[in-house]
Ligand binder design. Structure first.
Ligand SMILES: *Cc1c(COP(=O)(O)O)cnc(C)c1O
Length: 411
């Protein structure tokens, strides 16, 4: 809306807190924001260098790797590009299991960088089948495929693929391709074990499960990936791993470090470790379960449905809800955000306009989730979307039931 003559927006004033349930960015704990409320400092101030070292150590703990970790001033797309240009050269062939919008977007980026794509078709309502990936590699007897680009949780479809099983299928095919995994929507939300599972390169970003604001992209690389990096001679500068491996300082960040973000990240990682990663994952499991209970009640009206058909394959961080013909997911999203004050995600890719997504990842607890589910239910009422009332009650009961059987929890 146009501002009035003294510059005030004509938007109606809203009071109180806005709720955020998008699958990135996510809520940031106040202690992290407070840790970022501080002065900039000398590039090599030991206080900053110590914080950077702590962040890299903490990230290794989260990735569960002894490998190298690189941090970029970027979003997830930057981390995607960093992974690609460090281990692949134009003309290389990569295998891309289709999981949804994010596997296709990553493949499009690889294509733009001159990399050839072989996709493994998938079902956008299911996790990807590791056997199909293994078969595609077994068929590649000449070992032309240089890497598999796998998305652990496709945030568009709300499905999670079993990374460990994919590695096992690759091993059975005795194929030397690198396994490059996008954990942008899953790291800090569900289990991920880079070294134990045999992942060669891992891609992540600050704003989803890691308790941080957007702006940092991360890539982890094991020894095999570093070897591939040395052999992959091509143009690259900002993303290049080699100068970044020279110890903390100016070159680690290829220029001025995002000092304030690093102080925030240190606090966000500390929050995760204090809660304990196992409990973090358990919290996501319970909140995801509560979300599904709510949607299952609404779905009895015949207009809404959880996209991921097999519960065991569902993401614990985001749930994609399909809308019946004639119901606009975008309209639900807009009304929920602007009128009901809870931000949810829209449909992406083939789901554009036909779905909406509830994020339940990051710094989230049960009452924050109830607020979102209540706002969604209010939106369904407001827009006369056919649904059965009582979704919020079902979610509340799910959490109460969990607490009755498991005792007191942090959420
Ligand atoms: C969010 C997301 C991305 C993109 O991250 P940006 O920070 O928006 O660039 C990539 N992959 C997955 C799985 C994501 O969830």
């Amino acid at each position: 809306m146009a501002p009035d003559s003294i510059g005030h927006s004509n938007r109606p004033l809203k009071r109180g807190r806005k709720f955020l349930n998008t699958p990135g960015p996510t809520n940031v704990p106040p202690r992290v924001l407070n840790a970022m409320h501080r002065d900039t400092m000398d590039l090599n101030d030991p206080e900053f260098l110590d914080a950077a070292v702590e962040c890299f150590e903490g990230l290794k703990r989260v990735f569960r790797t002894e490998g190298e970790v690189f941090s970029y001033i970027s979003n997830g797309h930057g981390a995607w590009e960093a992974a690609l240009v460090n281990v692949l050269v134009p003309g290389d062939l990569v295998l891309v299991p289709e999981t949804g919008h994010f596997s296709s977007s990553w493949a499009d980026m690889a294509k733009a960088l001159g990399i050839r794509i072989q996709s493994v078709p998938g079902d956008w309502r299911r996790a990807h089948d590791p056997e199909k990936i293994g078969q595609a590699l077994a068929d590649d007897t000449g070992h032309e495929i240089k890497a598999v680009l796998l998305v652990q949780t496709d945030t568009a479809t709300g499905t999670t693929t079993d990374v460990k099983a994919v590695r096992e299928a690759m091993n059975r095919a005795k194929h030397p391709a690198l396994l490059i995994v996008d954990t942008i929507a899953s790291l800090g939300t569900i289990d991920f074990r880079m070294d134990e599972w045999g992942v060669d390169v891992t891609v992540a970003a600050s704003q989803k499960g890691l308790m941080m604001v957007p702006g940092l992209g991360f890539v982890a690389a094991n020894a095999k990936a570093i070897e591939a990096h040395k052999a992959a001679v091509r143009e690259r500068r900002y993303w290049d791993w080699t100068p970044r491996m020279s110890g903390p300082g100016y070159r680690t960040f290829c220029g001025t470090a995002p000092q304030i973000h690093i102080f925030g990240l240190r606090e966000g990682l500390a929050a995760l470790f204090e809660e304990g990663m196992e409990r973090v994952f358990e919290r996501h499991r319970v909140l995801a379960g509560a979300t599904w209970k709510a949607i299952d009640v609404w779905a009895q009206g015949g207009a809404l449905e959880i996209n991921a058909t097999v519960p065991a394959e569902r993401s614990l961080g985001v749930t994609t809800i399909r809308c019946a013909e004639g119901i606009s997911g975008d309209r639900i999203r807009e009304v929920c955000r602007d009128e009901m004050l809870a931000g949810v995600g829209g449909g992406l890719g083939v789901f554009g306009g036909k779905a909406f997504r509830i994020g339940h990842m990051g710094d989230m607890n049960a009452p924050m989730l109830y607020a979102c589910l209540g706002s969604v239910e209010a939106t369904l009422n407001y827009l006369d979307v056919p649904h059965v009332a009582g979704g919020v009650t079902a979610a509340v009961q799910h959490v109460a039931e969990y607490k009755k059987t498991h005792g007191s929890t942090t959420f």
